[in-house]
Write a protein that binds this ligand. Structure first.
Ligand code: BGC
Length: 421
C-alpha cells in the first residue's frame, strides 16, 4: 500500500449557495492538511466537495490521501504523525477511535457549533454517543454507511435466468450455478477488509442482532461456541471454495467495476459502492440493484465517518469552528453524501436526488433504530479495540484462504482474544 503524494485541489465555484461569513486569506499561505483514505473515484468526488466548500471561503485544503480501504494504513500514519508532534489539521476518523483521540487530548472540541446548530436534536442517539467526549462534541459526523448490502448486476442474473438469493444457503447454490455456467459470481478482492465484511454479513444474517453482539463485540464464550458460529463459518468456507481460485488481489473499487461491466454478478460491501457506481456512470444504472444481504432478522450494519481537528499551534479554534460550520450545513451534507453513497448523519438533511439504495437505507436505518438492530461493523473499526479487530480479521481471513484451518481453530482463537480485552 502506497502513500499518495499530497495534492492541493483548486477551489470550485459550485458552493456559492452555501453561506459563509468571514475572509480566510491567511489559509492560502497555510493550507489545512486533511488526512484520509478516500482514493476511489466516488470518494475522490466527495473529497472534491470538501475542497469546494472550504475553497468558497478561501480556505485551501491540502489533501493527503492514503491508499488502503478501511483506513489501516491511514490510521497508522496518523498515529505516527501525532506521536511525532506533527498531526494533520484535519483527519478522517471512525467510531470509538474518536473518544480515544479526545481522551489523549489531541482534539479540538466542536461544541460551540454543535450547540448553535442543535446537533443534539439532529443526530440519532447512536451518533451523539460516538461524537461526544466528556459531554462535548469532539468531531464532526460526516456519513452513515451501510455494510449489509448485496449489489446485483441483474443483467447477468437474467441472462442465466437465476433469481436473487434470499438465504445464505441459496446464495451458495446461486454462486455454484453461476460458476457452472462459466460466470464468476462474486466481485471481491482478496484482502482482509473485503473478505471479513463477507463474514460479518453471514454471521449477522444467520445469528441475528443478539448473537452478533454477544459473539463478535462481547466475545462471549458461550455464544461464540454455539452452533451458529459453526454454521456461519461453514457458509463462509463454502463461498471460499467457489470463489477463491478466481479472486484477484484487487481493491474493492476494481471489484465494483467488474460488477458494473457484468464480469461478476454480485458484490457484498458497503454503500461506498453506490458512490463508485455514480462516479463511473453519472447516474445509478437500472441494471444494478441493491438488496439487504440475507438475514433471518432485519438489521443495519453501520460504519460512520467523521472529521476530527487536531490541536496544534497553527490551527486556531475559531478556524476549526468556521470549517465545521461550512461542512455541517444541510446543503453541503447532502451534496457530500450523495457523492459518497452514504446517508447524511444529520437527520434533517433531505434525500432529494439521492440514489434509490440510499432511500432504502434511510428507511431501514430508522426501522433498525426502533428495533434496536443497528449493528456496528467490527472489521470497519466501529465495535471493538483495534487490537481485537486486527486479530479477529486475521483469523477469519486465514480461515477463508486456508482450507486446512478448521472452524474449531477460529472459534478457539477468538475465545482467547477476550483475555486481551
Ligand atoms: C470508510 C468509507 C470508505 C471505505 C472504503 C471505510 O472504512 O468508512 O468512507 O469509503 O472505507 O475505502
Amino acid at each position: 500500500m502506497a502513500l499518495i503524494s499530497p495534492m492541493t485541489m483548486a477551489s470550485s465555484n459550485m458552493n456559492e449557495d452555501i453561506q459563509h461569513s468571514a475572509p480566510y486569506a491567511q489559509f492560502a499561505s497555510q493550507p489545512i492538511q486533511f488526512l484520509h483514505w478516500w482514493t476511489s473515484r466516488g470518494e475522490v468526488a466527495a473529497v472534491r466537495e470538501v475542497h469546494g466548500v472550504l475553497g468558497s471561503a478561501q480556505i485551501v485544503l491540502e489533501s493527503v490521501p492514503v491508499e488502503g480501504a478501511g483506513g489501516k494504513m491511514a490510521k497508522s500514519i496518523l498515529q505516527a504523525r501525532a506521536i511525532a508532534g506533527n498531526p494533520p489539521d484535519m483527519a478522517q476518523l471512525e467510531g470509538p477511535a474518536i473518544k480515544s483521540w479526545a481522551a489523549l487530548g489531541f482534539l479540538h472540541d466542536v461544541n460551540k457549533v454543535a450547540k448553535e446548530n442543535h446537533w443534539d436534536q439532529k443526530l440519532p442517539p447512536l451518533l451523539r454517543e460516538i461524537h461526544l467526549f466528556n459531554h462535548e462534541y469532539v468531531a464532526l459526523p460526516m456519513t452513515i454507511h451501510r455494510l449489509n448490502w448485496l449489489w446485483v448486476n441483474t443483467q447477468v442474473l437474467n441472462r442465466v435466468d437465476l433469481p436473487i438469493p434470499k438465504t445464505w444457503p441459496e446464495m451458495v447454490t446461486t454462486f455454484r450455478q453461476l460458476k457452472a455456467k462459466g460466470i464468476s459470481p462474486l466481485a471481491m478482492g482478496n484482502e482482509p477488509w473485503q473478505v471479513v465484511q463477507l463474514f460479518e454479513n453471514i454471521a449477522f444474517g444467520l445469528g441475528g442482532p443478539a448473537y452478533y453482539r454477544e459473539a463478535f463485540i462481547e466475545l462471549d464464550h458461550e455464544t461464540l461456541t454455539s452452533p451458529i458460529t459453526h454454521e456461519a463459518l461453514m457458509i463462509f468456507r463454502q463461498i471460499s471454495e467457489i470463489v477463491l481460485s478466481d479472486m484477484p488481489n484487487q481493491p474493492w473499487e476494481a471489484a465494483t467495476q467488474a460488477l458494473l461491466s457484468g464480469e461478476r454478478a454480485f458484490q457484498i460491501s458497503g454503500d461506498w459502492v453506490a458512490g463508485e457506481i455514480l462516479a463511473s456512470e453519472g447516474e445509478f444504472p437500472s441494471r444494478i440493484q441493491c438488496y439487504a444481504t440475507p438475514a433471518r432478522q432485519a438489521g443495519f450494519i453501520y460504519n460512520i465517518d467523521s472529521f476530527a481537528f487536531f490541536k496544534k499551534p497553527t490551527l486556531d479554534k475559531w478556524a476549526v469552528e468556521e470549517m465545521v460550520t461550512l461542512l455541517s450545513t444541510p446543503v453541503f451534507q447532502a451534496r457530500f453524501n450523495q457523492r459518497k453513497g452514504s446517508l447524511p448523519a444529520f437527520q434533517d438533511v433531505s434525500l432529494e436526488g439521492f440514489n434509490p439504495c440510499a432511500l432504502q437505507a434511510r428507511a431501514d436505518f430508522k426501522a433498525a433504530e426502533q428495533a434496536g438492530t443497528l449493528m456496528p461493523s467490527v472489521v470497519d473499526s466501529m465495535a471493538v479495540s483495534p487490537v481485537i479487530e486486527r486479530a479477529a480479521s486475521s483469523e477469519l481471513y486465514r480461515f477463508f484462504n486456508h482450507p486446512e484451518v478448521k472452524p474449531e481453530d477460529v472459534i478457539l482463537h477468538m475465545k482467547n482474544m477476550k483475555i486481551g480485552m
